[in-house]
Design a protein around this ligand. Structure first.
Ligand SMILES: [Mg+2]
Length: 399
């Protein structure tokens, strides 16, 4: 452990919806929902204004459900190029304060402001400057919190959204978290919370004072320690600078060369699913799907497809792979290896959390939503991946 650090977390408030309001001020004060397809019936909510959240609309919720909860909302498909531009502008504003900026998603960042405290007059002055500069230069509201590490600054920002500012003084982390319900802590998914609640542990403070003899038999030593440390407000203060991978790929060499393209397509679908899973774990989305084929004579070819919209969804990726199959099988020879590669990666619009332990539960939640959507629209990715006959469903795959 080095010297204590000051980590600032910034989270734009209802980012995509706020950008839409900013460029069309007549939307101000109204429920605005960004996400979905051009017809506005499929897809999930990417962002909802606070007015829409008032009706229960949330990110990653199917658009159809959002329409039921808030039919009077203004539904906007979204303009992703613009959000990326605004995000880059925000990144620039942050870099003026300190060089160590970790963009955690398109609309969230951590900044190590330790080295800038003297120059700008302290953590609160920096927090105010950032909020001001962003408001002045982009017209957008944000929430900023400063603490000793990423974990506490993130929790604190969530607590004071929207348009909030909170400084947790050094050494005050544990006391700040103590009254918070467990669900507010990163990594505490619904199952973990239920288990702890059944043990009579409802808050971070109660988790800190719970005896290890109580926790260990249920969670094991390692997990019990992690839970305890989280509740105590221990967290990483190391920023990861630009760790966005360039591409995600999976490939497989067959034990014997294959000639049956139904079988090859099934395996390509499964590789695509693996890639899509990694994509979501990394909080990324893709616009370019490439199929790689090595034939029995060792000639290797790649076939690429650019999607009309970035996606994280298996079925879109599988549909793109499937479009490439006819080209791949024009060469009438045995196949030795196939691979799927996702590139043109960017931060995913559903803004999933960075916290590793939270990822799985969040991922399950998102996939549940996706499955509901698929169920409603006869859009069955598992069936696609297992290589059923092609149907007309080619969503997400532009020309
Ligand atoms: Mg946000």
């Amino acid at each position: 452990m080095g010297d204590p650090r000051r980590i600032l977390h910034i989270d734009m408030d209802a980012f995509f919806a706020s950008v839409e309001v900013m460029r069309n001020p007549s939307l101000r004060g109204k429920p605005v929902v960004v996400g979905g397809d051009p017809e506005g019936t499929r897809g999930v909510v990417s962002s909802a204004s606070y007015e829409a959240r008032h009706f229960g609309v949330r990110s990653a919720m199917p658009i159809v459900q959002a329409r039921k909860l808030c039919p009077q909302a203004i539904f906007i498909r979204g303009s992703h190029g613009l959000y990326g531009e605004v995000s880059r502008h925000i990144h620039e504003i942050l870099e003026r304060v300190a060089p160590l900026v970790q963009m955690a998603s398109i609309d969230e960042a951590y900044i190590d402001i330790t080295g800038s405290l003297k120059l700008f007059g302290g953590d609160e002055a920096i927090a105010r400057k950032i909020k001001n500069d962003i408001r002045t230069e982009t017209g957008l509201p944000c929430t900023v919190a400063v603490a000793a590490n990423k974990l506490v600054s993130k929790v604190a920002a969530n607590e004071v959204k929207p348009d909030g500012l909170l400084i947790i003084p050094l050494g005050g982390e544990q006391a700040y978290l103590a009254p918070l319900p467990l669900g507010k802590l990163p990594g505490m998914g619904p199952k973990t919370c239920q288990t702890l609640e059944a043990m009579g542990i409802l808050t971070a403070g109660q988790l800190v004072t719970a005896s290890m003899a109580l926790l260990e038999p249920v969670f094991g030593h390692r997990m019990a320690t992690v839970l305890r440390h989280t509740a105590q407000g221990f967290g990483s203060d190391e920023l990861t600078l630009d760790h966005t991978p360039k591409s995600i790929s999976r490939e497989t060499t067959f034990p014997r060369d294959l000639t049956d393209w139904n079988e090859i397509e099934t395996i390509a679908g499964q590789l695509a699913e693996h890639c899509a899973h990694t994509l979501r774990e990394e909080s990324l989305e893709t616009r370019r799907v490439t199929l790689k084929v090595r034939y029995g004579d060792f000639e290797t070819r790649t076939f690429a497809h650019t999607l009309a919209e970035p996606t994280t969804i298996d079925a879109h990726i599988i549909a793109a792979v499937r479009e490439l199959i006819p080209k791949a099988k024009e060469r009438r020879t045995r196949v030795r290896l196939i691979g799927v590669n996702l590139s043109s990666l960017s931060w995913n619009q559903h803004q999933m959390s960075l916290f590793t332990r939270e990822k799985d539960e969040k991922w399950e939640r998102v996939m549940k939503q996706v499955d509901t959507m698929r169920g409603k629209h006869g859009f069955d990715a598992l069936r696609l991946a297992r290589g059923a006959k092609p149907d007309k469903n080619k969503r997400g795959s532009g020309k």
